[in-house]
Structure formats: structure tokens, C-alpha cells
Design a binder for this molecule. Sequence first.
Ligand SMILES: NC(=O)c1ccc[n+]([C@@H]2O[C@H](COP(=O)([O-])OP(=O)(O)OC[C@H]3O[C@@H](n4cnc5c(N)ncnc54)[C@H](OP(=O)(O)O)[C@@H]3O)[C@@H](O)[C@H]2O)c1
Length: 342
Amino acid sequence: MSPILDNEAAWLDSPSAYPLRVGPGPQPDPADDEVVIKVAYGAVNPLDWKLQDQMRPIPTPNILGADVAGTVVQLGRKVTRFHVGQRVFGLCNGLIINKLPNTGWQHYSTCPEIQVCAIPDSLPLANAAVLPLSISTAAMALFVKLGLPLPSFDPKSTGKSIVIWGGSSSMGCTAIQFAVAAGYEVIATASPANFELVKSLGATHVFDYRDPDIVGKIARLLKPGESIVDCIASTATQKTASEILSKIGGGKVGCLNPPEGSFADNVELIDIFAFEPGLADTHIGDFIWRTYVPQAIAEGKLKAKPDPMIIEGGLGKVQEGIDMLRKGVSAKKIVVEIAKES
Ligand SMILES: NC(=O)c1ccc[n+]([C@@H]2O[C@H](COP(=O)([O-])OP(=O)(O)OC[C@H]3O[C@@H](n4cnc5c(N)ncnc54)[C@H](OP(=O)(O)O)[C@@H]3O)[C@@H](O)[C@H]2O)c1
């Protein structure tokens, strides 16, 4: 394996440094169970601006970014599921294990093999880049924390419903599809402009989250013990989710941001963390990443949504992408073209 000596990265040099600085990047040196990807596209996540803005302190200098899509260029000794030259997407775990080569905003990103997935020819790399973090986050919320049955290609109805609050968000789009594939009826919220998208992903009911009677309308559709995944998880949405479940006698809310405030006694708010090690080393992570997702994408049963909003221009454009996401998006994922597809 010849060493990669020309890597470049977008660096966060110090806490809150702005803009990110493009400069020489770390040399990839994959462990036995890791894959090195030549990145064509990376997707921006709220975590990027939250970390740059020091909402969660991280050591610096550092490299942000988690979602990448590109081509395999190196394989760890034990990796047999992929080959060099294959189109893949991956979830970078560098910010969790504190390893710079395993971060996203660089030309060569290293990912754990379990969180890499082959991309069928029919799916453009830019679209595939929207998926990785949402796969782990939705799986953690639904299958690890809320205990839904694992998704199936021929789901049998469980007769149960689940609320996906924020159905048009990046995390919501995958959560809806996973919940439907687990045999659940999905009740989602979104702006009316995104109702069609959310329904196309399998939601049965969609409500405008600004509706003054949203609590009553959703509570009337739920049965005791049913759950909510709050993909927005602001103070306001956590409170609303708690009120809905309180009305039906209690239940669990999977929260994509840490619960803040006090909630009804019979409602449990569960903090979801996509990168929790459990996902990678339990049978759930194995099934989702190695079995379900590759086949579901190949068969068009898992759609890469929302659509990417592509910014061309390489690593120097990552800051622009982060700034755009900081202002907010509606049913779009900001994806930066890091290099022309080779
Ligand atoms: N815990 C974890 O491990 C983890 C992992 C990933 C993300 N997150 C967090 O999860 C949150 C969502 O991330 P994301 O990337 O999915 O966000 P995103 O795609 O950028 O979210 C944009 C969407 O949010 C929707 N939205 C905004 N306010 C809403 C509200 N009050 N109710 C319902 N929908 C609302 C908008 O819907 P409309 O346009 O239809 O109005 C829009 O489509 C972020 O806070 C992020 O930090 C956590």
C-alpha cells in the first residue's frame, strides 16, 4: 500500500476559529478494520457549526465533518467487504475517537468498515453523501433506544404508530423510512411545502408543526405506550412531544439533542447519540450497516433524502456550506464537492 502524501484538509485551528483553513492533511494509516475513502462529496451537518461555535468544546487543531462519499483507495488488512475503486459512503468517527485521519473535511477520510456502504451505480455520489449520519442516528433512536423491531424488506404491520417530529429534516427522512420498514405507521410533522416529500417516504399522516392544535391532533392518533422521535429536539419541540405523550398516559421520546427542562412524570426523554459505540459492536449496527442498508439502497427501498444542495469548489467552500446550514435549510442537505469524481 503506497502512502498517501498529498492529503489536504479544512482545519479548525483553534476553538471558534473562522474561517476554516485549508492546508496539508493527516496521512491515512488505516487500522485492520478501516477503509480509506477518496472523498468526492461531504455533507454538512448541524454538528459542524455547533462544534465551530464551541457549543460543544473539542480539542484543536481539529478537522470537522462526518458524512463522506467517494471511492475506496485503501483497505485495512481485515476488510473483505470492499475493493479499491468501489464507490462508497461512510460515517467518519474521528471526532469520537480523537483521530484526525478519521474526520470528514479532507481529501482522504478513514472510516470504520462497519459504517461504510457500497453505492449502486444508479445513485450519484452527491446524493449518497446525505445518508451516513442519518442512518446511524435513526438506527440508534428507533432500534437501540426505542426497541422497534429491525427493518425488513417485507414489513408486517405491528399495528403500532410512531411520531417522527421533523420529518423533512435529514435525520427525519431516514427515520421515517426505517420506521415504516419496521412495520410502524408513521405520523410526521413538517411544513406544508414538504408534506409530499414526507408522504413519499412512507408517512401516513403529516401535520404542520405550527398548527395550534398539533398536540391534540397527534395525541388522538396515538395509543398508550407509543413513542416519538424528536428529530429537531429544541426546547420547544421537546416540550410539545412531552405534552403529546402525557395526554396518552406517558411514553418515550428519543431526543436528538439533550433533553432540557422538566417534563411530565410519565414521559421519558432519551438522549440519542449517533456515535454511541454500541451501534458499531452490537448486532443492530451490524444488521443495519452490513445487511439492511446496502440491499435497501440497491433496491431503491431506502431513498437518499433530502436532496443535496451542492456547493462546488473543494475544501475552500466547506465554510460557506457550514454558514449556509447555520442559517437553516428546508428539506435539503448541503453537500460540498470536495473533488471531481475520478
Ligand atoms: N444526537 C445525534 O447524534 C444527532 C445526529 C444528527 C443530528 N442531530 C441533531 O438533530 C437535529 C436535526 O439535524 P438535521 O441535520 O436532520 O437537521 P436539518 O435537516 O438541517 O433540519 C432542517 C429541517 O428542520 C425542520 N424543522 C425546523 N424546525 C422544526 C420544528 N419546530 N418542527 C419540525 N420540523 C422542524 C425543517 O422543516 P420544514 O422545512 O418542513 O419546516 C427543515 O426541513 C440538529 O439539532 C442536529 O444537531 C443529532
